[in-house]
Design a protein around this ligand. Structure first.
Ligand code: GTP
Ligand code: MG
Length: 314
């Protein structure tokens, strides 16, 4: 059980992962209850359960192979110890992705570019991030880089108002890179600590939209080679395996340095975190766990894995 439950973080993790737990952890826990010993057949059943819970082929194979080796070495004999071994394999895969986003003080403004497919939760997550940094006492500004729809600019403005922070925007149809350039200039002049730029949702297989992202990257680099300081790719955790191709495509256009998994609260497919971690090892900066401003959790691999299984399954 987590030792860091002082603020109810673990309880929130647990509640958030309810649906994924029903799909993954409860099923495995039931399998374990029926076992007298660990067999190849049992491991195959666990493997099937993991695949249907969107952990993906690579992470699942790695975990099952390691457990099979332990079984052969007789390190894994007792079914009552199975969960401990399984959890520790999962934590091993997720741990490298547990890296907090360090917003450095000496690089003003620290520029965060938020990208992702349509409707994944980019703008909402920006509202949550703005709130987080504002509460830390930082001066935050937003850039309305999604110029495709008037509603997108208005939506960001609403989050700006909620946070009481400035939003730099231009008219609908304006060049996204130019909006972000303007915002950068303004943020620099106003000594803003964190500038968070929204971008339009894009289907990762459409070249022209991906080229626009490359342009944003170039325009920022022209200002300062270090920019952008962070590129966050938002992944909707209900999309399942498609997340893997989204990461691969976005990374082809812009150096993605962090992932935020959203909508975990309604998803049965939270297991995708393991698939993503195994394949890309990109840090999960945060998890989106609801539609409200405070529904953003820091990623902790141990808590995440514990929350995937019913209680008392050590
Ligand atoms: N349950 C839940 N809903 C979320 C979460 N994050 C975002 N949403 C909802 O998902 C929907 C889309 O969110 P947006 O923030 O508009 O997504 P977007 O990526 O900016 O969308 P586009 O700009 O149209 O590409 C909204 O209804 C949000 O309230 C989350 O973590 N949990
Ligand atoms: Mg949006």
């Amino acid at each position: 059980m987590s030792t860091e439950d002082k603020n109810g973080f673990f309880s929130k993790f647990k509640a958030t992962l309810n649906h994924t737990r029903t799909k993954l952890g409860d099923g495995i826990a039931e399998l374990v209850l029926r076992q007298k010993g660990i067999s190849d057949e049992f491991l195959e059943d666990v493997e099937t359960q993991m695949l249907t819970a969107d952990i993906g082929i690579e992470a699942t194979t790695e975990i099952i192979e390691n457990l099979r080796k332990k079984m052969k070495r007789k390190d894994l004999v007792d079914p009552s110890k199975f969960m401990l071994h399984l959890k520790s394999e999962m934590i091993g895969i997720l741990k490298p992705c547990e890296q907090k986003l360090e917003v450095t003080e000496n690089t003003k403004p620290f520029v965060i570019l938020v990208v992702g497919a349509n409707g994944v939760g980019k703008t909402t997550t920006i509202g949550k991030l703005a709130n987080l940094y504002r509460e830390e006492g930082k001066k935050v500004m937003l850039a309305a880089g999604d110029t495709f729809r008037a509603a997108a600019i208005e939506q960001l403005q609403v989050w700006g108002d909620k946070n009481g922070i400035p939003v730099v925007s231009q008219n609908i149809g304006a060049d996204s890179a130019s909006v972000i350039y303007d915002a950068y200039q303004s943020a620099k002049a106003k000594e803003i600590d964190v500038l968070i730029a929204d971008t339009a949702g894009r289907i990762h297989t459409k070249d022209n939209l991906m080229n626009e992202l490359e342009k944003i990257g170039r325009v920022l680099k022209n200002q300062d080679q270090r920019l952008p300081d962070e590129v966050i790719l938002i992944i909707d955790s209900t999309t399942g395996q498609n997340a893997l191709s989204q990461v691969a495509s976005f990374r082809g256009s812009i150096p993605v340095s962090g992932i935020i998994l959203t909508k975990l609260d309604g998803s049965t497919k939270g297991g995708i975190a393991l698939g993503l971690a195994r394949k890309f090892r990109i840090p999960f900066r945060f998890l989106g766990v609801g539609e409200q401003i405070e529904d953003l959790l820091a990623f902790k691999s141990t808590d995440f894995v514990e929350a995937l299984f019913p209680d008392n399954n050590d």
